[in-house]
Unconditional design. Structure first.
Lengths: 264, 385
């Protein structure tokens, strides 16, 4: 009896010490990394690309055949360890191909021009200027960065899937089971985290590549069909494209203001 | 008063054991979901919420419905309800417990649930839902317990409990309003994007909650020495009647707007639910069954003879409860997700494992209800003696 009480007090004392010292240890850890007194900060690399609102113009005139789409989708999915789920219900997609009539269902027209009627399109997260998913998330696991990217924190996400209900574009996927066994080991990218079951994921506009001065993987693989840049910068490539071409966005009536534009 | 819960007849213990057994089986199946993920359910990339969230939504209504006996007693001094306010409050406690269990069951990462507190996000309706649900749970346990204890001791409830009671009344409206706002504020989900969703939820709540209470009163009268009173039950029946008519009326408004405006975004979901689209329509027979049940319930409830007759009243209440459950527990959530944002139809059907977890949660909720009602009825029996 006495013995167990003593050990209990010991454990309780240690636990109290542990709780009490946590902030202190944190402070030490921080001091080691950033010098004394520094707060946790994000390092911006020298080569990092910056913008006020990243955006994209997809030129569908340059994307027609299956062979135009496959390398773009593969580039993205390989870069981000997107699993190839066997069941369609559990599919994980960051960027994929859909028909015009489904992507722009509200702009349905009874008699469409032949090319547009069968036009395949690339769809991905729109990185909306007013993202409804960010509004819905109860933990800020999905949030909008200063450069306009709508990001996911896979480690904070509780898997409530409110963001998936809130997204009017079907851009989000949920890990209904452990995705790791479904990642092609030959294509595994050790530089990007894999996900665990029970969290939501989606396109991140290749924030990890922008941080080291590279353009998004899909843009690189598109051979000029996708133009990427700062929508707020009038001199940027995207703005030049937008100035000289008629473009449309998905579901503009919803007020989300997508950052992905299509030249049809 | 807790001792009343552990002193019971053989029948009571059999019921407790049976419910605990079913809840236990549900929990074992949940362990499978816990380790494998939500992939064991029928949910998909397109229909991301299903049975769990639908039960949660329906049960928030049942919980809010309890206020329909609390309000007349405390705000209008309707004495006949004095005996049964506790039944309304404890029903709310059991229903909210189920809601919370269903939310946890629906999370992909339940171990991270407390992130909602760690990173409070007032712009998210889910944050407010957490506050109103837990607040309502607390208010009902607290108020119910204090008032019941006072009754047992033969004294008037302490004065300081009154503010909590008054707070619990608008709070009941709040829980179902916020729950409706989870859905009706989402752009691009035409089925839910309607300002009448919250009023409709409340009407359905104030019909199904008290209807269930009537059924529970019949059971209590049959199996215990406590009689909730014929007149009280009849008054609840009138409340149920008005609420049900309001519920169906709101739904008709909904159907009118969607059909007359002929706007596809709003119309397709109703078409899917009631007629099926592109050859898909698993919910069609269910939705029509719900409509038939609700209309028949109205017929039985509006007619004074069938409302006064307790057999037909019981049948009406059961039909109403079942109809409202189909409407909210099956149609509302799946109907909002089908067709998907690409106007493609991918249907949702719950899996057997998902159904077992759901039944397990219901059993756990009924276990809570049984124990709470045992205490409440025990006190009532003591007082009458």
């Amino acid at each position: 009896m006495k013995n167990s009480r003593r050990s209990f007090i010991k454990i309780a004392g240690l636990a109290a010490l542990g709780i009490g010292s946590k902030p202190v240890l944190n402070a030490f850890a921080m001091a080691e990394e950033h010098g004394a007194g520094a707060k946790a900060a994000t390092h911006v690399g020298e080569k990092a690309l910056a913008a006020k609102q990243w955006g994209m113009v997809i030129d569908t005139r340059k994307l027609e055949k299956e062979s135009d789409f496959a390398p773009i989708i593969a580039a993205c999915h390989d870069a981000h360890n997107v699993p190839n789920m066997k069941e369609k219900r559990h599919e994980i997609k960051w960027i994929w191909q859909e028909d015009y009539k489904h992507v722009f269902a509200e702009m349905e027209s009874k008699y469409l021009n032949e090319r547009v009627e069968k036009l395949p399109l690339l769809v991905l997260c729109n990185h909306c200027e007013n993202p409804s998913c960010v509004r819905a998330c109860p933990t800020q696991a999905t949030f909008k960065r200063a450069d306009g990217i709508v990001m996911m924190d896979f480690h904070r996400c509780i898997g409530c899937r409110f963001c998936m209900a809130a997204c009017p574009y079907g851009s989000r996927s949920f890990n209904f089971q452990d995705p790791r066994p479904f990642i092609d080991s030959k294509k595994f990218n050790p530089e990007f985290p894999t996900r665990m079951r029970g969290v939501v994921e989606k396109c991140n506009f290749c924030s990890e590549r922008l941080a080291v001065g590279k353009l998004p993987a899909c843009v690189e693989a598109s051979k000029g069909a996708i133009v990427f840049g700062d929508l707020e910068d009038p001199a940027s490539d995207v703005r030049k494209m937008l100035k000289s071409n008629y473009t449309i966005r998905r579901k503009p009536a919803l007020g989300t203001s997508p950052a992905v534009y299509y030249i049809v | 008063m807790l001792e009343l819960a552990v002193k019971g007849s053989k029948k009571y213990w059999l019921l407790v054991l049976a419910l605990a057994g079913v809840a236990g089986i549900g929990f074992l199946v949940y362990l499978k979901q816990f380790s494998f993920g939500l992939g064991i359910t029928g949910l998909s990339r397109d229909v991301t919420w299903g049975f769990y969230i639908a039960q949660f939504t329906f049960l928030v209504g049942v919980a809010a419905g309890g206020v329909m006996v609390v309000l007349p007693y405390y705000l209008h001094d309707y004495k006949k309800f004095g005996k049964i306010t506790i039944l309304g409050e404890f029903l709310a406690v059991a229903a909210i417990s189920m809601c919370l269990m269903f939310i946890i069951a629906d999370l992909g990462q339940p171990m991270r649930a407390l992130n909602v507190l760690l990173y409070p996000t007032p712009r998210s309706m889910l944050f407010w839902d957490m506050i109103v649900l837990n607040g309502y749970l607390f208010l009902n346990i607290f108020v119910g317990w204090i008032v019941l204890e006072a009754e047992r001791n033969g004294v008037a409830p302490p004065k300081w409990v009154k503010p909590f009671i008054f707070l619990s009344i608008p709070w009941a409206f709040g829980i179902h309003t916020v729950t409706a706002w989870l859905y009706c504020g989402l752009p691009g989900r035409g089925f839910w994007l309607t300002a009448i969703l919250a009023p409709r939820f409340l009407a359905s709540a104030f019909a199904s909650g008290p209807a269930f209470l009537i059924l529970l009163c019949f059971l209590i009268r049959k199996f215990t020495k406590f009689d909730p009173g014929k007149e009280a039950i009849q008054t609840v029946a009138k409340i149920v009647t008005y609420a049900l008519i309001a519920n169906v009326f709101f739904f008709v408004c909904e159907v009118f707007v969607a059909m007359y405006s002929n706007i596809p975004e709003h119309l397709t979901h109703l078409q899917y639910l009631f007629f099926g689209i592109h050859g898909h329509g698993v919910l069609v027979p269910w939705m029509w069954l719900a409509m038939i049940l609700l209309v028949l319930a109205i017929v039985l409830l509006v007619n004074p003879n069938t409302r006064a007759n307790e057999t037909t009243l019981g049948i009406a209440c059961a039909m109403l409860f079942a109809g409202a459950w189909i409407d909210k527990g099956l149609g509302l959530i799946a109907g909002g997700f089908v067709p998907n944002p690409f106007h493609q139809v991918n249907e949702y059907v719950p899996t057997p494992m998902e159904a077992m977890i759901t039944i397990g949660v219901w059993a756990a909720g009924f276990l809570v209800l049984t124990i709470l009602y045992k205490i409440a009825v025990g006190v009532k029996e003591e007082v009458t003696v």
